[in-house]
Design a protein around this ligand. Sequence first.
Ligand code: ZN
Length: 366
Amino acid sequence: MSAESKRYTEHSRTDGLGWPPAWLSGRALTASLCLVSACTCSSSTTSSVQTDDNDRVAIQGGANPSVLAVDGRGRTKCLASELFEGTGIIDLNDRIESPTGCSTEIVAFSSDRAVELKAAPKWTHDPSNPVTLAVKPPVEVELRFYVPQGVPGVATEAQDEMDEATALYAMNRAGIAFKSLSTVAYSPAQAVLIGNGCGGGNAAGLAKAGASLYDPGVINVYYVSQINWSNYLFGYNCYLESIVVGGSNAIGENIIFLSLASRPPTTLAHELGHALGLRGKVGHTYGVPGFTNRNLMMSGISFNAQALQDHFSLGQGYRMSLDRLSWLNHARPSGAAPIRAGDNRPCQLTVAAATGDFCPPLALDQ
Ligand SMILES: [Zn+2]
């Protein structure tokens, strides 16, 4: 049951947290907050003011301010996800030293540009020669909606929910925008094929149903009366289901069901988060330190609380844009190339580092 958003339910976690946990107040906590003007990071504690060693990052093509998450060698140890904010040329002060002996990367987040990763930047210590980072427009992800014939307003609601998702991803600097080039109004006969959930071979059946009911190159979003014949579920992403497309095995990450009966308008943004790699132990944020009910991947809370959700962390944005698990970063079931070009990361699959690359903590934010 890890792919769903649902209401008033126990959760699969067994850590004994009551509900609501005591930490659920206010917005997400800050894991490592360092701004240019005041660095008090515990991860980079220094005992005295240090001179500027002249490392700078020049954001090229940016408009709104960017937040940089920088890994590199500090004065005494390796630093990870040090945060800086600015526009144009951003001074890293004296926190990042030479790359020797430490992994180093720069990631830029902003509200009007794609998340951009520069792996292994070459620090110059020369103010006239900053490290450059070219940022591009947000990555566009195509959705295809399926709405029931004869039910007025659903196609418009779908567009509105997509626009809300785009706005939510932008305001959290996630660098992804959604578009839809076609909406299918399905007949009562097609409704039988679409079914009302992922399981029981339904997702696999959809993938075989033909071009009118499934497009392997986009994210398919089916508005159905209920999911699993219940109002309990708001939405469901079928990433746990195996499908076969053109003779090749794939997973149903690009199949989303939304409940006409019970969803709040934020559920599409949540299910898209699953498509973009927020899954399993880095999926739902219920019980995860650093997150509140405002986080869009918080499940197991009420309709009204989910309707108010408006937050992704930078750590979540990093994974959605850069993790190889994300819909953006691997070949699609159609065989089409990944949507996003550029460096990506095989992130560790737990909230803390475990396996894979060390990507920022999920709760990293500023
Ligand atoms: Zn979910």
